[in-house]
Design a protein around this ligand. Structure first.
Ligand SMILES: NC(=O)c1ccc[n+]([C@@H]2O[C@H](COP(=O)([O-])OP(=O)(O)OC[C@H]3O[C@@H](n4cnc5c(N)ncnc54)[C@H](OP(=O)(O)O)[C@@H]3O)[C@@H](O)[C@H]2O)c1
Length: 372
């Protein structure tokens, strides 16, 4: 196999590893690294790793640990430029040099101002062969949330909305089971790969959801729950509050919300974040997302109702949309799922591109990606 093809194959493997960390490495990106050497025409895999929960150890550290002394003279593929700054541990770029790696295949530069070319420079100065921009677009897409947090002051936002075949997301005032069991499992899986799940207080009031990942063996991967609640109306006995000591829960509210309510909710272990309101007296979406980014959040899974979905799209802050449509009709007037901004954004090829449709049990799932 020629080098370029092998480099891509190793990078693909490193990207697969990196994907495993999504949702668990914030505020850091999720990175994958693979170490190999050639035996004749045959690549021998010596080490592999991905960013561990909480962002450390880094992928390179994990892969070097696995390879041990065998790393001397070997090659490494890494999905993001190795770090160059002294944090809790020495920089990965220095560790790579020290371990005796002679050739590094890197997907792209880290935009973090503490790195930003510095990691690559350390490798070059030490005389290593450096190949950059290998599967750059794929590596960029994988850590889009991290890049948005650094470059656009907001996390990546994935929007999920389920509707009946006649277009309703709810039955006024009552919880409605729309998605099939398989679709629910897919949603739980998606929860585990995001840093937070976000809903509006309207959904708390109607559905009283747990918002945890309840797939077997994955409960510990439940992300933070974020409730958007202008007036701190979330009841203290809501499930998300009652379980706040086990699964972190943040409520984003307005500066003028009641201090007494804040005290009641804080006592249950909820963190209250106060932000500015928009001109409609609701939480300002841009300020809300900037507040999450400031806390290190890179990936938001929005599972709120049609109102929150609408304002997120209106604010132009949505990156991926998943619409789940059940074959069953509500058969009477309810809460319309696709409000005007969301409806027109989905039909506008300059804003969202339809990436495909799949069946999930009996449901049809349409996937849209932001054009930018
Ligand atoms: N099918 C689905 O996928 C799905 C998912 C979730 C919910 N639902 C259904 O949807 C219905 C609830 O709909 P909903 O639209 O009221 O729920 P929601 O979007 O989760 O909550 C909306 C509430 O969030 C608060 N909020 C604060 N700032 C906001 C902002 N900038 N933009 C939008 N909302 C903001 C507002 O209440 P304050 O002004 O008091 O803060 C608003 O009324 C229920 O029937 C529920 O069962 C369906």
């Amino acid at each position: 196999m020629i080098n370029a093809a092998l480099d891509e194959a190793m990078m693909r493997h490193a990207l697969t590893l990196a994907r495993r960390g999504l949702g668990h490495t914030w505020p850091n990106p999720s990175v994958g690294a693979v170490i190999w050497r050639m035996e004749g025409e045959q690549p021998i895999l010596l080490g592999r790793g991905f960013t561990q929960n909480g962002g450390r150890p880094h992928a390179e550290t994990e892969a070097l640990r696995m390879a041990g002394d065998a790393a001397r003279g070997a090659s490494m593929a890494v999905t993001l430029e190795p770090c160059a700054h002294h944090g809790k541990t020495p920089p990965c770029a220095e560790a790579i040099v020290k371990a005796g790696i002679t050739r590094v295949v890197s997907a792209l530069e880290d935009p973090d101002p503490r790195v930003s070319g510095g990691g690559h420079a350390i490798l070059r100065q030490a005389g290593l062969t450096l190949v950059t921009d290998v599967l750059k677009e794929k590596a960029f897409a994988l850590n889009r949330g991290f890049f948005l947090r650094i470059g656009a002051n907001r996390p990546l936002v994935t929007l999920k909305l389920a509707q009946t075949s006649d277009g309703y997301a709810g039955a006024d005032g009552q919880a409605l089971m729309i998605s099939s069991p398989l679709s629910k499992q897919r949603v739980h899986l998606a929860r585990a790969s995001h840093d937070v799940i976000m809903i509006g207080v309207g959904t708390v009031m109607t559905d009283n959801p747990d918002l945890t990942c309840r797939l077997p063996g994955m409960m510990h991967l439940s992300p933070i729950r974020v409730i958007v609640d202008t007036h701190l109306d979330t009841p203290v006995n809501a499930r998300v509050i009652a379980t706040a000591s086990k699964v972190p829960t943040w409520i984003v509210t307005a500066h003028d919300a009641s201090a007494e309510r804040e005290s009641d909710l804080s006592q249950e272990g909820v963190s209250i974040i106060r932000v500015a309101k928009d001109n409609k007296e609701r939480i300002d979406i841009h300020v809300l997302l900037a507040a999450l980014a400031a806390r290190g959040i890179t990936r938001v899974f929005s599972e709120g109702g049609p109102r929150l979905a609408e304002t997120l799209v209106e604010a132009d802050c949505v990156d991926t949309i998943e619409i789940i449509t059940s074959p069953e009709a509500l058969g009477r007037p309810g809460t319309i799922a696709l409000r005007p901004h969301l409806m027109s954004a989905l039909a506008d090829p300059l804003r969202f591109v339809a990436k495909g449709t799949m069946m999930s049990g009996r449901d049809r799932v349409q996937h849209f990606e932001r054009v930018s």
